[in-house]
Design a protein around this ligand. Structure first.
Ligand SMILES: *[C@@H]1O[C@H](CO)[C@@H](O)[C@H](O)[C@H]1NC(C)=O
Ligand SMILES: *[C@@H]1O[C@H](CO)[C@@H](O)[C@H](O)[C@H]1NC(C)=O
Ligand SMILES: *[C@@H]1O[C@H](CO)[C@@H](O)[C@H](O)[C@H]1NC(C)=O
Length: 315
């Protein structure tokens, strides 16, 4: 118990949003066009590849959950150090080139000023706006970290987490139950490979072949998308049927037993989280307001030391 409390305090001290010194006008004098340049780059990329917005939002989450939002997810492996992006469950991470493109443009405009962690935080916001989500002002001034370890991706919440595991993972980062329910709404975007939900479809446990919290028709359709034999290489399912639109469908589906991951469906396991799911399912407005508030909180977990010149390598 003492150890748990000590670890919790350490994580609060090192990751607390309160210790950050971010500000809205951070680049006002040093790089006033930073946000315009990043938004243009994201828009251009999203126009060519429709999975870019989901990828940027997910990349930002992964970044903030490991070592704070310090661009550690952007670093390449080097020598015998395997970086976060090369950890085995990395299929969901892509579109790193968008951050590289923005950085390149910014280095021409105002060299050495805008951190990669800030670029990613802004790009995630721009991505959400492009697919119909809310906008918000991003506090800036994050520094980039110098460490990225594949082994630390084990600290990310997984699709099989139950509610107590989710709550613990979020509270270790200073994020509340309200933040948890709002931020999981990011699952309104994107695609998942079968491996993330397959445990629910067959041999679930000794009494149930299929996870009983799953709607039977939904389970049947996922089984046909993820056949045991002759499975296509990239088989999987969209996170929700409107997976390129930022909407509140995610919460409506959970109420129907059509949440894709155990961790999505787990939000019904407690009256408080269930109440929030119900609220967000019935009000798009309530969802997007809560999402914007919570993502600002998450993206204010800082951790870095420098402004990288190249987002893939430390200075
Ligand atoms: C995932 O990691 C493997 C090495 O473990 C690497 O070869 C591959 O390029 C990575 N994939 C992505 C999308 O980064
Ligand atoms: C959640 O999962 C953990 C780890 O598997 C387990 O110890 C715990 O009992 C589970 N909690 C609930 C409420 O099912
Ligand atoms: C299988 O899972 C269901 C739903 O979570 C649960 O009610 C049941 O007790 C589980 N069976 C076993 C043997 O663990």
């Amino acid at each position: 118990m003492a150890i748990t409390i000590a670890l919790f305090l350490i994580s609060l001290l090192t990751l607390s949003p309160l210790s950050s010194s971010l500000s809205l006008n951070y680049y006002q004098k040093t790089c006033p066009d930073a946000e315009i340049i990043i938004a243009g780059t994201v828009k251009n990329a999203a126009g060519k590849e429709k999975t870019v917005p989901a990828a940027l939002l997910r990349m930002h989450f992964h970044d903030c959950f490991i070592r704070g939002c310090d661009g550690s997810v952007l670093l390449n492996s080097k020598g015998d150090n395997k970086a976060e992006k090369d950890a085995p469950p990395n299929g969901s991470l892509h579109a790193f080139y968008v951050i590289d493109d923005a950085k390149k443009a910014l280095e021409q405009h105002c060299p050495g000023v805008v951190s990669c962690a800030d670029i990613l935080a802004l790009a995630a916001r721009d991505a959400v706006v492009l697919v119909g989500g809310p906008t918000w002002e991003v506090p800036k001034g994050r520094k980039d970290g110098r460490t990225s370890k594949a082994s630390e991706t084990a600290q990310l919440p997984t699709p099989s987490f139950n509610l107590s595991q989710l709550r613990q993972s979020f509270s270790q980062r200073g994020l509340s139950m309200d933040d948890l329910v709002a931020l999981l709404g990011g699952h309104t975007l994107g695609f998942s490979h079968c491996s993330s939900f397959e445990n629910r479809l067959r041999n679930f446990n000794s009494t149930h072949d299929i996870d009983p919290s799953m709607h039977p028709f939904f389970a049947a359709s996922l089984r046909s998308m993820c056949p045991v034999k002759g499975r296509p290489k990239n088989a999987g399912a969209p996170m929700d049927p409107s997976s390129t639109t930022f909407d509140n469908t995610y919460y409506k589906l959970i109420l129907q037993g059509k949440g894709l991951f155990s961790s999505d469906q787990a939000l019904l396991a407690n009256p408080k989280t269930k109440g929030l799911v119900t609220k967000f399912a019935s009000s798009h407005e309530a969802f997007v307001d809560a999402f914007a508030k919570s993502i600002i909180k998450m993206s204010s977990i800082t951790g870095g030391q420098e402004v990288r010149k190249d987002c893939r390598v430390v200075n």
